[in-house]
Design a binder for this molecule. Structure first.
Ligand code: HEC
Length: 119
């Protein structure tokens, strides 16, 4: 085999690895965010909102029908509540850390879409 073909092979191998890495990256990041959202929820919210319910005010739960009824129709609205609280619920800005409000809100929103049924 001449030198040119060896170079070509190495080039193709590297391109293949890079493409594979690049394609798998967003999925990995998504999975990390989902895990983080789940644990943020577990430690900060599940005490009152176990399985998307509400042990204090039953009607103000995290199911899609209740959220929509109360005008909460996007993850940002949930993030704001997580940060600042609402009604008798206090805010958890300090505990959630940087971007934690967004991450937990995205997770809650996703669970609401799936009716809180774990896969
Ligand atoms: C100490 C109990 C408690 C904890 C912990 C708690 N909540 Fe709440 N949450 C409540 C109560 C009570 C309400 C209803 C507040 C009201 O309207 O007076 C509520 C309401 C909400 C609502 C509005 C639901 C609706 O249908 O109107 C959202 C969204 C929400 N909480 C998200 C969160 C998130 C996210 C966390 C974690 C960061 C969290 N909560 C932690 C008690 C809690």
């Amino acid at each position: 085999m001449n030198f040119f073909f060896i170079k070509l092979k190495v080039f193709l191998l590297i391109s293949f690895c890079c493409t594979f890495f690049y394609l798998s990256l967003p999925k990995e990041l998504n999975a990390i965010q989902t895990d983080l959202g789940a644990s943020l929820f577990k430690y900060n919210c599940a005490g009152c909102h176990i399985n998307g319910g509400n042990i204090i005010r039953r009607s103000k739960n995290l199911k899609i029908s209740s959220l929509k009824r109360n005008g909460i129709d996007n993850p940002e609205a949930i993030a704001k509540i997580a940060r600042q609280g609402i009604g008798i619920m206090s805010g958890y800005e300090d505990k959630l850390g940087e971007n934690g409000d967004q991450i937990v809100a995205n997770w809650v929103w996703e669970q609401a879409q799936k009716a809180w049924i774990q896969e």
